[in-house]
Design a protein around this ligand. Structure first.
Ligand code: MF3
Ligand code: CO
Ligand code: CO
Length: 290
C-alpha cells in the first residue's frame, strides 16, 4: 500500500509519513533499483521500540557484569542460572530463554568443546583452565536484548586464550563491516569468516545471529560466513545480533542423544563465542547489549 505524505507512518510512531519514514523509503527504493535486497518493514524499529530495547539491554548487560564479578572455579553452572533468576527478578525482568521451545533454564552456559546452548547443571563444576560462554537474553516489558561473553576460569592454556581473543575480534570485524545504506548482512559474515580462517580457525555454520527486539529471534538471519544468497542492505533502525561461534579445530558440530540443545564440536576441539546486540544508525552502528 502506498502511503500519502499526510498519512500516519507505517513504523508505529504515530507521526505523519512525511515527517517520519518517507525519505527513508525513497532511499530504500533507490537501493532496490540498484539491485540491493532491501529489509522488510518488520526489521525496522521505531524510536519507542529502540528505547525499550535499550532498557532491556541495561538489565542484560548488568546481569552479565554480575556474573562476571562472581564466576569462579568450584562454582556450578546451576549457580549461574540461580544468579540469573535472582538478578532478573530484582530488575523486574524475565529470562527469554526459560521455556523457549522447551528450554529448561534461564541462561546458556557452554563450557570448552560445547559450542552453544549448554544447559546449566549442578553436575557441571567450573574448574581452573575452563573457558565458558555465558549467553543471556533478557525480556523487559516485551523488549529483548541478547548478548554473550566468554570467561576464562583461572589460568587457561595459551591456545584457549588465543581462541577466546580471536573470536572476540571476529565479532568486532563483523561490527566494523557495518556501513549504513551501503553494506549488507552478508558482508558481516564474510568479514568474520575471513578473519577466523586467516587465524586457522573454523566458523560454525548451524547457528546465526538474528534480528532481535520485539522477540528473541527475528529476521534477518545474520550469517557468520559468506552466504551464497543476496542479503539485506543494512539501514538505520535495524537491530540484530552478531554472535560468531568459532572452533579451534573443524567446523562440524553435533548434539547428543540426551539433550536436544547443547551443541559440541565433532573433533572435541575448543569453541568460543561472543555476542552483542547492535543498532544501525545513520552514522554507523551502536552496540546496545554486550
Ligand atoms: N541467546 C541465544 C541466542 O543468542 C538463544 C537462547 S536459546 C534458548 O540466540 F534456548 F536458550 F533460549
Ligand atoms: Co542471539
Ligand atoms: Co544469545
Amino acid at each position: 500500500m502506498k502511503l500519502s505524505r499526510n498519512d500516519t507512518c507505517w513504523c508505529g510512531s504515530n507521526k505523519k509519513y512525511k515527517k517520519c519514514h518517507l525519505e527513508f523509503d525513497a532511499k530504500l527504493e533507490q537501493l532496490k533499483k540498484q539491485g540491493y535486497k532491501i529489509p522488510t518493514r518488520k526489521m525496522i524499529k521505531n524510536e519507542e521500540q529502540i528505547e525499550g530495547i535499550r532498557q532491556a539491554a541495561i538489565v542484560n548487560n548488568g546481569l552479565l557484569d554480575h556474573i562476571e564479578a562472581h564466576i569462579k572455579a568450584g562454582m556450578t553452572t546451576e549457580e549461574i542460572d540461580q544468579m540469573t533468576n535472582v538478578y532478573l527478578a530484582k530488575h523486574h525482568a524475565r529470562s527469554a530463554d526459560l521455556n523457549y521451545q522447551g528450554y529448561p533454564k534461564s541462561i546458556c552456559t557452554s563450557v570448552n568443546d560445547e559450542v552453544c546452548h549448554g544447559i546449566p547443571s549442578k553436575d557441571v563444576v567450573l574448574k581452573e583452565g575452563d573457558i565458558i560462554n555465558v549467553d543471556a537474553t533478557t525480556d523487559l516489558n516485551g523488549y529483548f536484548a541478547d548478548a554473550s561473553r566468554m570467561f576464562m576460569i583461572g589460568n587457561v592454556s595459551k591456545e584457549a586464550k588465543e581462541l577466546v581473543e580471536i573470536t572476540r575480534l571476529c565479532l568486532y570485524k563483523g561490527i566494523e563491516s557495518v556501513k549504513p545504506w551501503e553494506s549488507c548482512v552478508g558482508d558481516i559474515g564474510a568479514a568474520i569468516q575471513e578473519f577466523a580462517e586467516a587465524n586457522g580457525y573454523s566458523v560454525v555454520r548451524e547457528f546465526c545471529g538474528h534480528g532481535v527486539g520485539l522477540s528473541m529471534h527475528e529476521d534477518p538471519y545474520v550469517f557468520h560466513f559468506k552466504p551464497n544468497e543476496p542479503t539485506e542492505v543494512l539501514v538505520p533502525g535495524m537491530v540484530f545480533t552478531i554472535e560468531p561461534m568459532i572452533n579451534a579445530g573443524k567446523k562440524e558440530i553435533h548434539l547428543k542423544e540426551d539433550n536436544d540443545w547443547t551443541a559440541y564440536t565433532d573433533d572435541g576441539s575448543l569453541s568460543a563465542q561472543w555476542e552483542h546486540t547492535l543498532l544501525v544508525t545513520e552514522e554507523g552502528v551502536e552496540i546496545i547489549s554486550k
